[in-house]
Design a protein around this ligand. Sequence first.
Ligand SMILES: CCCCCCCC/C=C\CCCC(=O)SCCNC(=O)CCNC(=O)[C@H](O)C(C)(C)COP(=O)(O)OP(=O)(O)OC[C@H]1O[C@@H](n2cnc3c(N)ncnc32)[C@H](O)[C@@H]1OP(=O)(O)O
Ligand SMILES: Cc1cc2nc3c(=O)[nH]c(=O)nc-3n(C[C@H](O)[C@H](O)[C@H](O)COP(=O)(O)OP(=O)(O)OC[C@H]3O[C@@H](n4cnc5c(N)ncnc54)[C@H](O)[C@@H]3O)c2cc1C
Length: 674
Amino acid sequence: MTQTNNNMTVNPDLAMERAKCNFNVLEVTHIFDGGERNTLQRKKIEDVALNSGASKDALGEEHMSPKEKYENAVRKSCIYATMMKNELAELSGLESFGVSSPVIRRTADAFFKEVSPFLLHLGMFVPTIMGQCTPEQQSYWLPRALDMQIIGTYAQTELGHGTFIRGLETTATYDPETEEFVLHSPTLSSYKWWAGGLGKTVNYCIVVAQLYTKGECHGTHPFIVQIRDEDTHVPLPGIKVGEIGPKMGFNTADNGFLGFDHYRIPREHMLMKNAQVLKDGTYVKVARHGKLTYGTMVFVRVVLVNEVAFNLAKASTIAVRYSAIRRQSKPKPDEVEPQILDYVTQQHKLFIAIATAHALQLCSTWLWESFSAVLAQMKGGNTDTLPEFHALSSCLKAISTSDSAHLIEQCRHACGGHGYMISSGIPNLYNFVSATRTYEGDYTVLLLQTARFLVKAYEQAEAKKPLTPTVSYLAHAFSGSRATWDNSPDGIIRSFQALAAGKTAVCVTNMRKRMRAGLSQVDAWEMSTIQLVAAAEAHCRAVIADTYRKEIVRLTANSSPNVKVVMDQLTTLYLYYWALERTGDLLMFTSVSQKDLVDLQIAYEELLLKIRPNAVGLVDAFDLRDELLHSTLGSYDGRVYERLMEEALKSPMNKEPVSDAYSKYLRPMMKGKL
Ligand SMILES: CCCCCCCC/C=C\CCCC(=O)SCCNC(=O)CCNC(=O)[C@H](O)C(C)(C)COP(=O)(O)OP(=O)(O)OC[C@H]1O[C@@H](n2cnc3c(N)ncnc32)[C@H](O)[C@@H]1OP(=O)(O)O
Ligand SMILES: Cc1cc2nc3c(=O)[nH]c(=O)nc-3n(C[C@H](O)[C@H](O)[C@H](O)COP(=O)(O)OP(=O)(O)OC[C@H]3O[C@@H](n4cnc5c(N)ncnc54)[C@H](O)[C@@H]3O)c2cc1C
């Protein structure tokens, strides 16, 4: 065993990998964190939160009953929330980052193998107060929520409707006599379903309901609703609330259901930034854009791109470190068994996961900055950039969550049987991230929102009208010839734009044909949706690749030469990988030849070999402390087999030499006495 300088015993294969890494790991950490200052701040916060040991459990979470798991998660949420208020807020500069500070959010992951029952409080309840309240409402609710005097969630989805918000059935009917709204659940399908923390934890929630006043429905609006007594926590009369039961993941989040029986709330509890109901029941629309009440969802879609990049970084760290210590098979009889990381197929599974974590991390920062710019414009009353931003955040949310879930599963495959152990950390990561593909807007549904924007932009391009920046490439869609293939990074990005333009053009042509043949516009659209989803995906890949490439060039401008090289290798790998995944489309919409594709495959394989010596260095650069990884396979020291055995011995099944099941069932059966 090799010793590192801080006296940690490290697996010799991992030590060897670290010795051969040829770039400065810390420099890459700074790139991933968005600068040295951010790295220092992150480390400070992690030290305060994690060195206290408060994140540790006496008994492994996986051996607890659901009720114990939930109570333990609440216990740790309270510890973490108190830390956040008292110590971490100051370190993170909470005012400037807002409650969505990714560092605060990430550090919390050391406390929870699944999720905190407070996730929706900070993730959606507080942001909705910030985004949907008038200044007076904010000054009342925000301090109480930030100080955790009240805990809330976001209850929009119902048993019958999640995607189609306009179809929600919960009603909020204004009664001018008492100046109250009457909340009611008229059907079983109108029961709120899914909101995190609703089952047992929260005492308030944002409820999205159809607003009725003066006999007229004005569509869905948000309300802040108290559902439990502030002292006893008992559900208030008129409220039916509970937990929805076991799920694939999120089992510490007490997702809940909620029904109303003519439940009254004060008029002022309607969130009135975008629309108001006056005392006499007059409805006043304030916002210039009809979809501003969807603002919290847009915010969370932006945050999720960062969230899944972080989780993919975790999975790739686990799988790459494990692949460096795991030796298997003997392709060369005279040599020792190779590290599985030496197999090119293993590199194919893993290096794209590292590159994608980088791509999504950098895109998430860029998206956050674009979002801030859109918000600033909207403050001045200008909503012109909102449609483009909605199209952009929709497709980035869809593709980032879907790619991350797929690649986390690929990391599990790369860990063979041990990856299937809960203690590997990967199953929990997968269960969490696969849900992100569905919630906050399902994958297909969001890509179709982007496609809607692409089709409109295509029609504008056809009419030679100006285009917004992310779709400006559509102006070249009418040259009549296929896009010229070249395998340079910019050439591949242009090819993805050509795929998006080509697929959109095919859809527009087919829709027009179908409409001429008598189909309605809605049916013609419906028949083209497979290709429309594919067009939106290609558009999104072009956006990710372009942003990733530009950001890396910018961020490595002053980097040392080897960092520049390895970062360039990763971006090129990302582009080659996706071009090779879409060869059929490239053959349809660009001039690429069979020979070009054979050459590209060879270049890709050579790139994997170039990245191989730096693979462990690259995942070390994510700088994920063991407390955040929760993994027997991925710890920094590589003591994999020791940890697997230690965890196995903790199983309650190993407490007794002979299980009770022997005397109850096995023995009677084997002795023929059952
Ligand atoms: C501390 C931080 C931690 C963060 C981590 C948080 C993790 C939290 C964990 C779990 C949370 C999970 C929470 C939830 O899931 S909450 C519920 C989320 N629900 C959804 O996302 C529903 C998805 N559905 C929709 O968004 C919409 O229904 C729709 C699919 C967009 C359709 O809406 P609608 O029917 O009203 O609209 P149309 O299709 O008719 O389109 C009309 C035009 O409006 C435009 N549009 C739609 N949405 C928006 C928007 N958000 N912004 C701007 N514009 C929008 C659309 O493009 C159409 O425009 P057009 O010009 O083409 O007519
Ligand atoms: C872990 C988790 C946590 C959640 N937390 C919350 C929460 O805190 N608060 C909250 O309000 N909600 C929450 N949700 C609900 C979540 O937002 C919805 O489940 C999600 O938006 C998908 O909606 P749906 O369930 O209605 O799916 P559906 O719309 O029923 O989707 C089913 C299938 O139909 C397809 N489909 C639907 N409409 C169309 C269409 N127009 N065109 C093509 N295909 C379509 C979809 O692509 C999908 O394949 C949570 C969900 C999960 C899984």
